[in-house]
Design a protein around this ligand. Structure first.
Ligand SMILES: Nc1nc2c(ncn2[C@@H]2O[C@H](COP(=O)(O)OP(=O)(O)OP(=O)(O)O)[C@@H](O)[C@H]2O)c(=O)[nH]1
Ligand SMILES: [Mg+2]
Ligand SMILES: [Zn+2]
Length: 314
């Protein structure tokens, strides 16, 4: 992939102190030292490849400031790859929470893309449905049934109306782990951040009723320690809502293996290189006809396969 490799190690940086990137904004990074101090850092050189969650080697320049000299090898990196650019969400996370809500109504295509990207990065993922205090809950629940059937855990939350129950539900899963929350704008990611991290003061936005969407209140990913709040341990990464989610980094022939409802039938197709579109003896198409794969998910597969197979438009 492009643009995400740690800088080539021209020098040995192992003697330098390490720190954690807790926020990034262009070339400006907030790095937390192992002693808990926070420094404003810039990268050495032109490239700013570090992302939130990265462990970096840094050199002090003046009080409270430093230079990032190197990025430590990553365990994983979650990013989206649109046609023209890639956007990293975070590195070195244990698990992903995809937060959708009854309102704004979520796009199944976006949800599926986030799940595929998590699978590609090898990151465990769960879905949470927030705002189950709202009247559209039954419909939202129904649209999530295929995901439950394919083995994804779906947690129901009402962060404002039923805060205590929601936190109890999340607690065993969040403890001791580093969790990134992702989702469209306005689903309640920062609302949850403020519940989990008492001094977070994350900005919370309103929903635009005209557009049935959030207003992109959060603009940068930020890392928080969960030790001081109701969860007691682990880390939490709040992120800006996404409107698009390119997965151009996924090989089209790998796509079905990253969609759990298609993966098992896909192994039974007559041809090993079946694309599950019109080939004879395709077990995926048989499963769709039998209703074992829901039509909307197969449509999303076709949409994604086509998008990933398309030559770049330049
Ligand atoms: N009805 C209802 N509203 C909620 C609930 N949780 C959050 N909200 C509201 O949803 C709106 C958006 O919340 P945010 O936390 O800013 O959403 P976000 O996901 O951080 O949005 P971005 O930062 O734009 O990506 C706010 O007006 C919240 O008060 C809930 O459980 N029920
Ligand atoms: Mg937010
Ligand atoms: Zn097939």
């Amino acid at each position: 992939m492009r643009g995400h490799r740690a800088p080539v190690r021209e020098r040995d940086h192992s003697a330098l102190d390490t720190g954690l990137v807790v926020r990034g904004h262009g070339r400006h990074y907030l790095v937390q030292t192992d002693g808990g101090e926070r420094l404003n850092c810039v990268p050495r050189g032109k490239k700013s490849d570090a992302v939130v969650g990265d462990r970096v080697r840094w050199l002090p320049t003046s009080p409270g400031e430093g230079v990032i000299e190197a990025i430590e090898p990553r365990r994983n990196l979650l990013y989206r790859q649109d046609e023209w650019r890639s956007k990293s969400f975070a590195a070195n996370v244990d698990q992903l929470l995809v937060l959708v809500a009854v309102e704004p109504v979520f796009s199944e295509s976006l949800l599926s893309r986030a799940l595929v990207a998590a699978g590609e990065a090898g990151i465990e993922v769960r879905i949470a449905l927030n705002k189950t205090d709202l009247p559209g809950t039954a419909g939202a629940r129904e649209r999530l049934l295929p995901y439950i059937a394919m083995g994804v855990t779906v947690m129901e939350l009402a962060l404002k109306a039923n805060t205590a129950t929601s936190l109890e539900r999340l607690k065993p899963w969040l403890q001791d782990r580093t969790t990134l929350v992702l989702g469209p704008s306005g689903t309640g990611k920062s609302t949850l951040t403020n519940l989990l991290v008492p001094d977070a003061q994350a900005q919370v936005g309103e929903i635009s009723t005209a557009l049935n969407s959030g207003k992109h209140t959060t603009t940068h990913t930020q890392w928080y320690d969960l030790a001081g709040g109701p969860i007691g341990s682990g880390a939490w990464l709040d992120s800006p809502g996404f409107q698009t989610f390119g997965i151009q980094h996924v090989e089209p022939m790998r796509l079905a293996t990253l969609m759990p409802d298609l993966a098992a039938p896909a192994r039974q197709c007559r041809f090993a290189n079946c694309t599950h579109r019109q080939e004879p003896g395709c077990a995926v198409q048989t499963a769709v006809a039998a209703g074992d794969i829901v039509a909307s998910r197969y449509r999303i597969y076709l949409e994604l396969f086509e998008e990933l197979s398309r030559p770049p438009s330049y």
